[in-house]
Design a protein around this ligand. Sequence first.
Ligand code: ATP
Length: 342
Amino acid sequence: MKFAASLKEESVLLNIENLSTKIKTADGILTVLEDVNFTVEKGEIMAIVGESGSGKSMTINSILKLLPKNLIEEYKGSIKVAGKDVITLNENKMREIRGRRISLVAQNAMTSLDPSYRVGKQIVEIIVEKTNKTKSQAKEKALSLLAQMGIDDPERIFQSYPHQLSGGLRQRVVIAMSLACDPDLIIADEPTSALDPTVQLQVLDLFTKINREFGTAILIITHDFGVVARIAHKVAVMYAGQIVEYGEVGDIIDHPEHPYTQSLLKCIPDMDWIFKEGVHKKPLFQIKGELPNLLELPQGCRFSSRCHLAKDECHVTKPLLKKQQRYKSNHSVRCVLTERSH
Ligand SMILES: Nc1ncnc2c1ncn2[C@@H]1O[C@H](COP(=O)(O)OP(=O)(O)OP(=O)(O)O)[C@@H](O)[C@H]1O
């Protein structure tokens, strides 16, 4: 049976409520996600930002049901795609969602490309497998997609093997592949972190172009608030498996409420001093300390041990993600101090 309604008929493409994921490890049970709530709407670019280990990839794996069964201790809540809860869908139905409704662009293009086949053949195969197109129609579509990715000589790239292409070109090819079945949502997992800085900007701008021209929603995963600022409309700041701040990007950059968000924003390099003074004159800000051990989470706020503002209550009271009424938009923060100060 075909997956019922097209996501494009819904304004909310992805709705996650109270998602909690625990995994089994040799050391014990890890709470990798807890109380995760967010939505991605039609035509929106949403970002999830956080340090390494904060749970960004686990969120993607939970959405796409890519967690190995033997690893899962708990996987509960609701992950609705076009109103259907993927948590209860079987593997056949999930395959209809993956690739067709939601496609994934990984950090390293080589994980998505087979080194032994020309890239054109790989794009054509996906189109033929997932749509009713013939091989020649699929080739036409593949060439058109490559051209739309800003590739000047699509025929040459179509005939190339992955190792003959630069990192930036490979990532453009993978992004073209992700669009092969006209998905409603692309999930891009750190899609630029393996690229040179100038190529990173070009690839980010390509996502913006795709969003504007195709109307495809994008969920981008990053550790870099600079990426968020450049392309996203909405952001969830993630720390130790929880969303600690959520809302419109403009609101959060202008009024970061959570001390962790404030710290992440300080980590964005100021391009002016890089170009004017040289990279060695001003060290980049680093957040001191480490993420808590997910086997022994603190009783109170998970960021409390690294927070320069933490008070006694922060170590004992579990903060909830609460909408801040003073903002018109849905700006939510998980911090007891924010609650007190307004
Ligand atoms: N297979 C696994 N076995 C044990 N622990 C795991 C496994 N996969 C993830 N984790 C742990 O789950 C937590 C969340 O990991 P996750 O990969 O989602 O973080 P991330 O924010 O995506 O980090 P990165 O940016 O480094 O990819 C981390 O503490 C990580 O060590």
